[in-house]
Ligand binder design. Sequence first.
Ligand code: C2E
Ligand code: CA
Ligand code: CA
Length: 689
Amino acid sequence: MSDPPLPADEFSADQFRLLADNVPALIACYDATTRRCLFANKQYARTFGCDERSIVGRTFAEVIGEAAAREIAPQVDHVLDQREAVMYERQVVAPDGSPHWLEVNLLPHLSADGTPQSCFVLISDITKHRLAERAVRESEERLAKFMQASAEGIVFHKDGLVTDANQPILDLIGSTLPEILGRHVLSFIAPEHVARVLAVMSAGQETTYELAILHKDGSPIPVEFIVRTMLRNGERIRMTIVRDMRDRHAAQARIHHLAHHDLLTGLPNRGAFMERLDQLMAAARDNEGHLALLFVDLDHFKRVNDSLGHLVGDTLLKTVAARITECLRASDLVARFGGDEFMVLLPIAQQREDAEEVAHKLLRAIAAPLEVEGQSISVSPSIGIAFFPDHGDDPATLIKHADTAMYVAKSRGRANCQFFESSMASVAYEALLLEVQLGHALERGEFELLYQPIVRASDGICVGLEALIRWHHPERGLLGPDDFVPVAEQRRLMQRIGRWTMRQALRSARTWQALRPDGGALPVAVNLSSLEFHASDFVDSVADLLLSEGVPGHWLELELTEHVLMDDIAAVKDTLRQLRRLGVRVAIDDFGTGQSSLSHLRELAVDKIKIDRSFVTGLPTDAGALAIARAVVQLAHGLKLEVTAEGVETEAQRHTLCAMHCDELQGYLISRPLSAVALAAWLGERAQA
Ligand code: C2E
Ligand code: CA
Ligand code: CA
């Protein structure tokens, strides 16, 4: 024993015991021959229900139980026979039922001649490790399953180098796992997005963003990245979920296209055009450029649609769209604005000729005959042209002026183009526009009749109604007759409108008769314009209407102004006589404002005079109005005519008129003009009162 003494030799038994009792392990020593316990630390003894003193001298089997002893006997034999250490694991169930893993080390203690003296047992509880390992394994399994099941690509990388990827991402980029493992992720990113990806990576951001990755063949694929940092096997790695955005982008592009294009012709629609117009005007403003706006409207397109059907109409529109496009350059803008309206915007050098040339090209191209379903059809366009900045500095004004010029083109025989001129502004244009819209108002059912009650002055009983026309204009709202009757008269539209009014009034007349409380007649008065009254077939048409609506003549009253009556006296007299034969009553409207000859008045077959509102308004204070009103009442009574005062608004006016023995009153004091529904309610209330 020449070796220097080990430091442990100075170790006292107490120190050893302290150490043994405090290591996190179970320690024991058994005699090799008797297999009785020579030593055990506290934990070991406790584990087997003893204490460190009482355990000494017990046999192995006594300590750990017969069954366990049998089970590990081979290990013990091996240690003692082979004289080498053995390590094995045992799983035991703790008293609380939880599983525990034990790592057992058996060490032989040999004498100088190599005979086994004793056997050391060293047991460590490795449950914690086992559980942690299991958790890792399970989480790996979960992750693997998740990666497999995910329809979205998943890539892991550490410091930018790919460590794992699932099948969807491999499919997306057309590669295999071995091909991409270990490669830097940036090599899969489209160049324009590399900086962004790098920034996100180096900041360790957890974020979601869109970018493009590269397919193996180099083509970009739009994707969404959802990036997270996570721990895997103790390493901080990055997980990227890669979502293929091609379908969504295609859908978005489709939606964008639908929102900006006209379905039928594929041209940009009004919204898209307005957007571009705004931009192009701003650009032109910046570099002092000039633009021409062409408003192209097809002539009589409705006729084609109505007579040949919508399919032919659609084909025609598609053809026109294609023809317009063919006439234009790439820098020009075209759009379908609505039904048969197209807009063309041309960037032009300063001269008008440019625009005119294109307009004439369009006129020729559009008007060329077209074969549809074996028929040859053609439509011409009317084109209005306005220039930026001369005719308008904002889109609305420019469009309005091109529109005006287009209407002028229509009024000048169609199939031509007109440049906007300031003289075309407002009034004439408004009339033109109104004319076109009025033309459609009847078929679109935009007219309505209101009825204003006329009452007997003496007792307030409703004895008549005046029909007053209203137009529900699609853009301008409710219009009164003053807003459109003059245009309708000028444009010879009043006859058709007048006939509708009369038919409507006669139809409603039956309802009103039933609602007069005292059972008397309740005639409906209809206003006539000069043209209607002087039409050669006027009386016939009234007779026809009475017949077809099954209404007696005296339920209808016609209101004519002095002006109408004094025109062509002979003919008027004749017409009035014929009307009287039909039983139709006639009233002179707005009396006092014209210069009717009193002598003629005597010869006319009229039934009633209506004192114009302008005189009634002055009552009772205006001496002149008072004198005229009184004279009219007396004159009328002298001629055995009834008198109605219109525009009665105050009690004082009513009182004055009653004192004059005016027969009937009409005005806001009694009632405003009412819709048919409101009038029925009004008459109903009166009947009850
Ligand atoms: P009008 O024949 O003198 O009709 C009376 C007008 O005076 C109506 O205006 C009525 O709403 C309004 N009025 C009634 N009571 C009062 C009142 O107390 N105060 C005031 N300030 N006004 C009152 P509206 O409906 O605007 O009609 C205007 C004119 O248009 C009518 O004058 C008539 O000449 C013409 N008109 C109305 N309907 C037709 C129609 O169907 N055909 C034709 N040809 N002309 C019509
Ligand atoms: Ca009237
Ligand atoms: Ca009147």
